[in-house]
Design a protein around this ligand. Structure first.
Ligand SMILES: Nc1nc2c(ncn2[C@@H]2O[C@H](COP(=O)(O)OP(=O)(O)OP(=O)(O)O)[C@@H](O)[C@H]2O)c(=O)[nH]1
Ligand SMILES: [Mg+2]
Length: 222
């Protein structure tokens, strides 16, 4: 009789490592955010504005997830904050096992906030827990009004949606009222922020939200 060993399902294995990551973040009192969107919605651009605004207020580290290249990490490195690039070499998302070794490259005790920019993809990243405290999704107004209803998981899993590129509204058929209604139907708890990373507009409520989350995490008893 041939002995068969059933491999633990991929998502189950991922969840075990995600739990270890989450436990480490709890020990360190570190707030960790998973930033997700389709390619080109403006995750890195929003990160750049966010880093500028948090300078001197919070100590921020960044993990960049991309299939190939170190381009996003190079953009972040210019701000002089700790950044690590993970290349997934084909995979459309980060998982907890990719993030775990990257954490060794930071001095976590010296950070208040760690933002993980996931691979540009509106579907796969939302399926993999990294051990983060919260997820934020970026949706640009140029992507079409139907994206929340067609790709609901990422919006269900997120605490925040940054509706980006509002400077382009006059050139699109986006109905921003309807877009926000659809997002709230999918997840009534969502915080919605309208921003333009290009024009550096609308960032104050987002920055206040981040600072509030960091403060709450630090206070949580260990
Ligand atoms: N008009 C306009 N363009 C923007 C805005 N934010 C970002 N962009 C442009 O959109 C393009 C993509 O921006 P990125 O920040 O690289 O997008 P991303 O989501 O990080 O992309 P990936 O990492 O490849 O998934 C760039 O050319 C940005 O300059 C905005 O608010 N308005
Ligand atoms: Mg990017």
């Amino acid at each position: 009789m041939v002995k068969v060993r059933m491999a633990a399902p991929v998502l189950q294995q991922n969840d075990e490592v995600a739990r270890e990551n989450r436990e480490l973040f709890r020990e360190k009192g570190l707030f960790v955010l998973n930033l997700m969107s389709s390619p080109g919605s403006g995750k890195t651009s929003i990160l750049e504005r966010t880093i500028e605004k948090l300078a001197g207020r919070l100590k921020l580290g960044v993990i960049e997830g991309d299939i190939y290249t170190t381009r996003d990490a190079e953009r972040i490195e210019k701000f002089g904050i700790p950044v690590v690039q993970i290349n997934t070499a084909g995979s459309c998302h980060l998982d907890a096992r990719m993030v775990q070794p990257a954490l060794d490259d930071f001095v976590l005790d010296e950070l208040d906030l760690l933002i993980v920019e996931n691979v540009g993809n509106l579907v796969c990243p939302a399926e993999f827990d990294l051990g983060e405290d919260a997820a934020a999704a970026v949706l640009s107004v140029a992507e079409g009004n139907d994206k929340p209803v067609k790709y609901p998981l990422v919006f269900r899993e997120s605490s925040v949606v940054l509706i980006n590129k509002i400077d382009l509204l006059p050139y699109t058929d986006c109905d921003i009222g309807l877009l926000q209604e659809d997002l709230k139907k999918i997840n009534p708890q969502l915080e919605l922020f309208q921003v333009s990373a290009r024009l550096d507009e609308g960032f104050d409520p987002w920055i206040a939200w981040l600072e509030q989350q960091v403060k709450a995490k630090k206070k949580r008893p260990s």
